[in-house]
Design a protein. Structure first.
Length: 296
């Protein structure tokens, strides 16, 4: 039983569940503060549970379809190491996706719609025939939409209707950040990706050129906060937006410097580049920072 639980956790990859689940909860806090409503704790709990299940499903699917790549890139993972078969990983992903959709439907229909788009997006990222993972632009788009742009939108939908500009503006910043920053995960996987037809940025352009392309996305999206506020799309006072934007941009600059200084360094979490961990922490910071800016 303990081995089965450990395998399930390895398929789900708990660290990667933090940003979307914290983001959904923070999106609900943003909506409750902006709309002057109390936070619906039960509905928010359903949403967080749905986000956990949806993200874990995408991780399980990805490992099932990437079994051949992971035999080269990450042989310690459950499928290439023989702890679970491809069919078992797929079934685990299917069960989690069904749970995510069921919990989302019990929350709100707006949230359910976001989860449905996210589940479909992460499926086509990994699964043939589309398998957008094989193409640099397609891969980044199908990560940025469910893991970035839709996260604050889904969180807002737990509380109120999506007829306000705030969730879409926050989603724009988050989506642009993830669109570029998601490429940090590909630096550790170049050999296996190229061997099996996945044309990632580091594989196509080389680590140094890819790092130079990714670095601006680690900084510039956060500087949009004050501008979006000036347009009236974010209902927060300008000083808070400047503090949020400049603070995150400074953190992004640190991560970008780490990536540019050593694009081929793979000393981070799980054998990935350390910039990958930094990218996840920045995503968490953006969600939490936005919630604090509204709630305070």
């Amino acid at each position: 039983m303990s081995r089965a639980l450990a395998t399930a956790l390895d398929l789900a990859r708990p660290f990667t569940l933090l940003a979307p689940t914290v983001g959904a909860a923070c999106g609900a806090v943003v909506a409750a503060s902006a709309l002057g409503r109390g936070l619906p704790w039960g509905v928010t709990a359903l949403g967080v549970g749905s986000a956990v299940a949806a993200t874990a499903a995408s991780n399980a699917w990805n490992q099932a379809f990437d079994a051949n790549l992971d035999r080269i890139n990450k042989p310690h993972r459950p499928v290439p190491s023989g702890r679970v078969g491809v069919t078992g990983a797929l079934r685990f992903g299917h069960a989690l996706a069904a749970l995510a959709l069921a919990l989302g439907a019990l929350a709100t229909w707006g949230f359910f719609a976001c989860v449905l788009v996210g589940v479909l997006g992460t499926w086509i990222y990994s699964a043939p025939p589309l398998r957008t993972k094989r193409h640099p632009l397609g891969a980044l788009l199908t990560i940025a939409i469910p893991r970035g742009a839709l996260v604050p939108v889904a969180g807002w939908a737990l509380v109120g209707p999506l007829d306000h500009p705030d969730p879409w503006a926050l989603g724009l910043v988050s989506g642009l950040f993830i669109f570029g920053a998601a490429g940090t995960k590909d630096f550790a996987d170049v050999r296996g990706d190229l061997a099996h037809g996945c044309r990632t940025l580091p594989g196509v352009w080389g680590p140094r050129t890819a790092a130079r392309c990714i670095a601006p996305f680690l900084v510039l999206p956060f500087l949009l906060y004050p501008g979006l506020g000036a347009l009236g799309w974010l209902g927060v006072e300008a000083p808070r937006l400047w503090a949020l934007g400049l603070g995150l941009a400074a953190g992004g600059a640190v991560v970008a410097r780490l990536l540019l200084r050593d694009p081929e360094g793979l000393g981070g979490r799980g054998g990935n580049h350390a910039a990958w961990t930094g990218m996840y922490l920045l995503a968490l910071g953006a969600h939490v920072g936005a919630a604090l800016a509204y709630a305070l």
